[in-house]
Design a binder for this molecule. Structure first.
Ligand code: SF4
Ligand code: SF4
Length: 485
């Protein structure tokens, strides 16, 4: 017997069409305590203290960290970055990527398990969920059919979502506060005078946090995060990963606590499935390394507690390497393989780039000058005695101090710089973190030079006043001067 395809060819009856999408099975992770749970908690606190706290810190009468997209200036404490400083951002991104590669080569998805925003917010949301609805079995019962929708269930669900939305809103508000001064933003929300874009992004980030940490959870790690997919090419036999010790654990099976499992032919795994119950992505680590494992270590904590209860040595699930398991090595000896070629290459790149980044940051000249010869205005003779070319000079003061800037021109004899009112340009005041665009006329004496195109220099000297200290900044900008026939 056979079916027929749309083009008429028979399809064998044993070909089964499978859906591309797996139906989601809701996960109810059980709470767990232990060393890795404590580390997760510490990192949740540390990252959130940093994220929520930074926009409220002031520096020189302004927000210490502010990415002002409208003014196109990034303030990071004493540092003011302009669009021209995009190289620093590029270097930072490359360094972050290299650091991620390095951590992954040494210890797998450390970032995912402890510091990724998705993990951190899911952790916070799960903590609220546990406080409101109870631990795993209470939540399964609450969502089950035997618990009908009544006042109690509504109260728990509304409380949970209210708290989730509160956190999500504060997260969205804080995030926007990195781009708009947070105090102004807070005042605008209180006075209901938020602009349309601010309203859009506030709602967007709040709902994204609520949706990702409240509902999507492990789906983001499994299906949306590209890192999960390519991590396998960054790990090798010497990478420390959360691993189930198959050699020690198998064959798994339940047994009496008093029974000698070796005589029963059993390994150390009592098949209690607690490691699966605590897993936030709902996987069974005993099936081997899987791309869904975020390396959070919850199964290690859970299994260690089980091992303690049955009086077996801890570490049936542990951070170890594939080589250590195969060759029955201890972690102390597995550490010897950490410094392998790929790790050394990452360390070398990170060291070189970090040094380049720091040196260029320390030696950065906050005085920037751009000279543009006005090609629209022709060189002209003024009163028969001077020949004049027009320029537009942009002076940027990327420091946090006032700067007095002197302009001089060289390359031809008797060069004079005049402003648009015809006055001699001597010193120009440029405020902190600001820029000026000034049109100037540069002139020389008629007849002093043959007609032609002459290279000239604008020598710019900036006097930066930092407290009682005077710092001299200099720039030498090239341009050209045309003497017509
Ligand atoms: S928690 Fe440990 S003992 Fe229990 S099933 Fe998992 S690996 Fe086996
Ligand atoms: S398998 Fe273990 S380490 Fe991996 S995600 Fe699940 S609980 Fe975390």
């Amino acid at each position: 017997m056979s079916n027929h395809s749309p083009i008429g060819k028979p399809i064998p009856i044993d070909v089964i069409e499978e859906s591309l999408y797996e139906i989601r099975r809701k996960i109810y992770p059980r709470s767990v305590s232990g060393l890795f749970a404590r580390w997760r908690l510490i990192l949740v606190f540390a990252t959130q203290l940093l994220f929520y706290g930074l926009p409220w810190i002031s520096w020189n009468d302004r927000q210490a960290v502010l990415f002002d997209l409208i003014q196109r200036k990034f303030y990071i404490f004493g540092l003011v970055l302009w669009p021209q400083d995009v190289i620093y951002l590029t270097l930072l991104l490359i360094l972050s990527a290299l650091a991620l590669f390095l951590f992954t080569a040494i210890a797998g998805r450390l970032f995912c398990g402890y510091a990724c925003p998705q993990t951190v917010y899911t952790e916070i949301f799960m903590w609220i969920e546990r406080k409101v609805e109870g631990d795993r079995f209470a939540r399964i019962r609450l969502d089950g059919e035997e618990w009908p929708w009544g006042i109690h269930k509504w109260r728990l669900k509304i409380t949970k979502h209210f708290l989730w939305l509160l956190i999500a809103f504060w997260t969205g508000f804080t995030f926007i506060g990195y781009f708009t001064p947070i105090e102004t933003l807070g005042a605008a929300i209180l006075h209901l005078s938020l602009g349309p874009w601010q309203t859009f992004w506030l709602c967007f980030y709040s709902f994204a946090t609520w949706g990702n940490a409240g509902f999507m959870r492990e789906q983001v790690c499994k299906y949306m995060c590209p890192y999960a997919r390519f991590q396998s090419v960054m790990v090798d036999k010497d990478t420390f990963l959360v691993t189930y010790d198959k050699v020690r654990g198998e064959p798994r099976g339940s047994r009496n606590k008093s029974a000698d499992h070796t005589t029963l032919g059993l390994g150390d795994c009592v098949d209690c499935s607690i490691c699966v119950q605590v897993c936030p992505t709902g996987i069974d680590i005993r099936d081997g390394l899987q791309y869904m494992c975020i390396g959070c270590g919850a199964c290690i904590d859970a299994c260690d507690q089980v091992m303690e209860k049955v009086d077996y040595p801890k570490g049936l699930i542990r951070y170890t390497t594939e080589r250590a398991i195969e060759e029955k090595e201890t972690n102390q000896s597995a550490i010897r393989h950490i410094l392998r070629p790929r790790v050394l290459i990452y360390i070398a790149f990170i060291t070189v780039l970090t040094s380049a980044f720091l040196i260029s940051l320390v030696t950065r000249n906050p005085l920037r000058v751009d000279v543009m010869r006005d090609r629209g205005a022709l060189a002209r003779e003024v009163d028969g005695v001077r020949i004049e070319n027009i320029y537009r000079i942009q002076i940027m003061n990327a420091s946090e101090n006032n700067m007095n800037v002197q302009l001089k021109a060289s390359g031809l004899s008797d060069l004079r710089i005049l402003n648009s009112q015809g006055e001699l340009v001597t010193e120009i005041a440029v405020g902190p973190a600001s820029n000026l665009l000034i049109p100037v006329k540069l002139s020389t004496t008629v007849g002093a030079h043959e007609p032609g195109n002459y290279p000239i220099h604008f020598d710019v000297i900036g006097k930066e006043v930092s407290g009682s200290e005077l710092i001299i900044r200099t720039r030498d900008e090239k341009s050209s001067f045309i003497i017509p026939r």
